[in-house]
Every structure is written in structure tokens, then in C-alpha cells.
Design a protein around this ligand. Structure first.
Ligand code: NAP
Length: 313
């Protein structure tokens, strides 16, 4: 059933959209631990891989598929995750792990009760420069952090209606990646103290956001998320410390300390996620960190809402 004896774990991808095609299929193909055995897709799936139109059909027909990777939008992920856990399957959740904090906590309890692995992934934490950044910051006094996470929504989320609906998170869909890195690399937690959320007048989710956080010893963090960026994306985190400045660029792929570029390497984000999922299954563990989602929930709770120009794809 698992890779413990060297036999690949049969896994199914559920929801074959942009991220499944761009990242999950290649990462599973390159993994010795997993074998892509099936898909669940309303639109047809992947050539030469058995496809099911309904998730319940897969669970009934393929007891040999012991793990599922849920790549559909967050608003419809809970029901599938709960069904998979009840059916005794290990579950990997794309980010964000759910549409609410509470549903993720329910899934964590269900997985524990059923004795299956639940893995809430944060792909940006597996960017090559994140672990060395965390190591460098571990014993340092942090003064401030500045995050700029700006991209063109038309390029990165073309025609994705769900992302503008409640639970789709709007600009927090990419912004939560920055928050997943922030909450990983800082030696002590920071909490949200203010937010401004810019909602297009025709949309139910924000197109831009400005956030502030505070932490121990006067640490302050500011973050700007914007989907109206044109001319190339900016995915940067700059950390000022008592010992100088650390820069994470390109979404966590590049590291600069005191202006000097640092050599980094690693398997890459999605190969790293699948290696971690295999290790969790082998160890009988789960990994469900909802910290980044809590930060986003706080922004929706505390944020001041401003109406801005309509957005059309
Ligand atoms: P997407 O291109 O819209 O694909 C989502 C797929 O889920 C759809 O193609 C559809 O596949 C399936 N689906 C099932 N129920 C659905 C529903 N009610 N509405 C819409 N689709 C439904 O989205 P995506 O970009 O792959 O994002 C999916 C998840 O991955 C999100 O949580 C996102 O945050 C995360 N993610 C995306 C990126 C990125 O760059 N796009 C990067 C990292 C993580 P079928 O037709 O096969 O059923």
C-alpha cells in the first residue's frame, strides 16, 4: 500500500486544472514514491490515465488507490477530503487547505480518528531559498519585514471564476503563499494588526490588499498584495535584522544576505511536496498547519473594505 516496501503508492489527482497540469502531474511522474493511477475530472482528465467523473465513483471502484491529491478550488475541497478520509485514503490538500479555518481543523480531527495521513501543503515553503533563510534568521533579532507580492491576475488565473467568489480569496490566493513563507521563516509569530482590502465593485473578493502585523520586541511587518501588476511579477520578502538585511526574491527561489547572493538548491517546490507526503505516509503522521489561513481570516475579519474599479477578465 505504501512506499515502505518500495512499491509506489497509487495516487489519484482530483480536479485537473492549471496547477494539476503544470505541477502535480510532472512531480508525480518524477517521484519513485507515487504512481498516478487515476484522476477525477469533470472535463476529461489526462490521456491514458483512468478518469472518473465523480469522486465517489473513484472511491468505490479503486480501493487500490490509497492516496488522493485534491487540486480543485478550496470551496469544494472539504466534502471530497472528508469522503476520502472516511474511505481510509491519505489526503494531500493544495493550498489554501480549505475555505474556512474550522473545516481544516475538522479534517485534521477526522484524519487522526481514521488513522490516515492528512497533508495541508504550502508549496512556497518548499522554494529552495526558504529553508536557508529560516536557518539564517533563527537566532537573529528581527527589526522589520516588507512583503511585496504583485502579479497580473490575467496571466496567472485566466478565467478562474471561483477565485473571485467567496472562499476563493481573491488576491490572497497568491498572497497566502507569501504568508506561508513569512510564518515559516520568522523565529517568533506575528499577528495581524490592520488591513485594507480593495474589492472591485463587481467582485466578491479583493484585487489588492495592504496588511500590517506586529510581533515580539516591536517587530513590524507590512505587506502589499496586488493583482493589477503589469510587466512582470514581484514576489519579494525583505527582512531587516540587527545583523543586516535578508532578501527572498522570486517567490522564495533566490536568497541574498547583506546584498550578497547565496547559493541554494533543493528538489523544487512540488517534488519537495510529494517527497514530504510520502514521508508522512511512511511515518503514519499528518502535517496540517493552518497558520497562513488564520492570517488571511484575520485580514478578512479586521480589514477595512474599499470599493475600487470593476475588474473584467
Ligand atoms: P483551475 O485551473 O481553475 O483548476 C481547478 C480545477 O478543479 C478545475 O479545472 C476543475 O477540474 C476542478 N473543479 C472541481 N470542482 C470545481 C468547481 N466547482 N469550480 C471550478 N473547478 C472545479 O485552478 P488552479 O489554478 O489549478 O487552482 C486550484 C488550486 O490550486 C487552488 O486552491 C489554488 O490556490 C492552487 N494553486 C494554484 C496555483 C496556480 O498558479 N494556478 C499555484 C499553486 C496552487 P476538472 O475539470 O478536472 O474537474
Amino acid at each position: 500500500m505504501t512506499a515502505i516496501d518500495g512499491t509506489p503508492i497509487r495516487i489519484a489527482i482530483v480536479g485537473v486544472g492549471k496547477i494539476a497540469r503544470d505541477q502535480h502531474v510532472p512531480a508525480i511522474s518524477g517521484s519513485h514514491a507515487f504512481d498516478l493511477a487515476a484522476t477525477v475530472s469533470r472535463s476529461g482528465g489526462i490521456p491514458a490515465i483512468e478518469n472518473f467523473a465523480e469522486f465517489a465513483e473513484l472511491l468505490a471502484a479503486r480501493p487500490d488507490v490509497s492516496a488522493v491529491s485534491l487540486c480543485m478550488p478550496p470551496q469544494v475541497r472539504f466534502a471530497a477530503a472528508a469522503a476520502a478520509i472516511r474511505a481510509g485514503r491519505h489526503v494531500m490538500l493544495e493550498k489554501p487547505p480549505g475555505a474556512t479555518v474550522a473545516e481544516v481543523r475538522t479534517l485534521r480531527q477526522m484524519a487522526e480518528a481514521e488513522g490516515v495521513t492528512l497533508y495541508a501543503t504550502w508549496h512556497s515553503r518548499h522554494a529552495d531559498a526558504v529553508a536557508p533563510a529560516k536557518a539564517w534568521l533563527r537566532d537573529r533579532k528581527i527589526v522589520s519585514v516588507r512583503i511585496d507580492w504583485k502579479e497580473d491576475v490575467r496571466k496567472w488565473h485566466p478565467g478562474q471564476a471561483w477565485i473571485w467568489e467567496p472562499g476563493g480569496l481573491g488576491v490572497f490566493d497568491p498572497g497566502i503563499n507569501a504568508l506561508s513563507i513569512l510564518t515559516e521563516i520568522l523565529p517568533a509569530p506575528v499577528h495581524l494588526t490592520g488591513a485594507e482590502l480593495h474589492f472591485p465593485e463587481n467582485r466578491a473578493a479583493p484585487i489588492a490588499a495592504a496588511l500590517t502585523f506586529e510581533g515580539p520586541d516591536g517587530v513590524n511587518v507590512t505587506a502589499e498584495f496586488d493583482w493589477r501588476q503589469e510587466g512582470g511579477e514581484i514576489w519579494q520578502i525583505a527582512v531587516d535584522t540587527a545583523d543586516g538585511r535578508l532578501d527572498l526574491d522570486d517567490g522564495g527561489a533566490r536568497l541574498t544576505v547583506g546584498g550578497a547572493p547565496q547559493a541554494v538548491d533543493g528538489p523544487g517546490e512540488y517534488p519537495g511536496l510529494y517527497a514530504r507526503f510520502a514521508a508522512l505516509i511512511a511515518a503514519g503522521d499528518s502535517d496540517v498547519d493552518d497558520t497562513p489561513l488564520v492570517r488571511v481570516a484575520d485580514a478578512f475579519m479586521l480589514g477595512r473594505r474599499l470599493t475600487v474599479a470593476p475588474f473584467n477578465d
